[in-house]
Design a binder for this molecule. Sequence first.
Ligand code: PLP
Length: 361
Amino acid sequence: MPLYNFSAGPAVVPHTVLKKAQKEFLNFQGSQLSVVELSHRAKGFEEIIQEAEALLRELMDISEEYAVLFLQGGASLQFSMLPLNLAQKNKALYVNSGTWARKAIAAAQTIDSVTVEVIASSEKDDFHFVPKINSELVDQKAAYLHITTNETIDGIFYRKIPKVGKVPIVADMSSNILANDYSTEDFGVIYAGAQKNMGIAGLTLVIIRKDLLNQEVIFAPMLDYSLQAKNNSMYNTPPVFAIYMAKLVLEWVKEKGGVSQMYHNAQKKSALLYEFLDHSQIFSSPVEKSDRSLTTIPFVTGNPDLDQQFIEQAKKEGLENLKGHRSVGGMRASIYNAMPTEGVTTLVNFMKKFEGENGGK
Ligand SMILES: *Cc1c(COP(=O)(O)O)cnc(C)c1O
């Protein structure tokens, strides 16, 4: 029986990527060294990081106006690095669209020299939609406007990136990078933890417009974007294995048709599940139709005991990690790029069967 991993992160990695990593693990390209034993200053690793960057630039159409950084500390460290680098002695604007946005806001609020202003929120509606921005509230002198393009826990996403004048948009794209038709040039900064849709934990990607580097602020060197950029992400030892895995994932995305194909697949796969949810007698989606995520899909029965039974029985069918986030309960199916369509059809078929056995008509 095939197993399908619906975990939100660390998440499913394409099987062919895992196989390739296994094959190269003990002897990287005839070197007799494992890929994890290579010096980050050696030619072998230099090629890996350069290829990873070149692939990413090609796939996301990233121009030379942007620097690409391979960092550590997770998307969560970016919640602090962003305001420290870009907004000291200035104002930073935020959209409070869900659980992750709220964390980004809370992190920025700990920095005394940064004024945090939340210009839109859907918190009192339990984050069931993307809050609308009133463009008059966008202070054109602000350092940036922060959005979360996909709220992993609440299951909403930005179909379109808002237009806010000349204020740079800074985006946490952790759970839908490489799965949408966004234009990189609409953003000042894009950041993402790699363990959702780009590989494994340990790597955080930052794509930053070069005019946003070299800010005159003083703080810990390791947290300085411009220092990291000057050193090509190798000021200190980078997460070599996670960068290698990202390179393999990016090769896989390219081979499968690139980001536009991934976006097409995400629309198709998510539609299978939403179509079922909208006609189901016992399951439903809590999210407004227009803003429903293509990659992280929460659903509920409204009965916590039934939810629990569903999660347990699904596991026996090889449908793993469907439990919703502990903060919201219910279920969640994360269907990132590496989740095959068969995984989603198997899930939907099991949901139909479960419904038949549990009061559905
Ligand atoms: C998972 C996630 C994070 C946190 O990522 P870490 O790499 O664990 O710090 C932040 N934002 C979003 C949208 C996420 O999905």
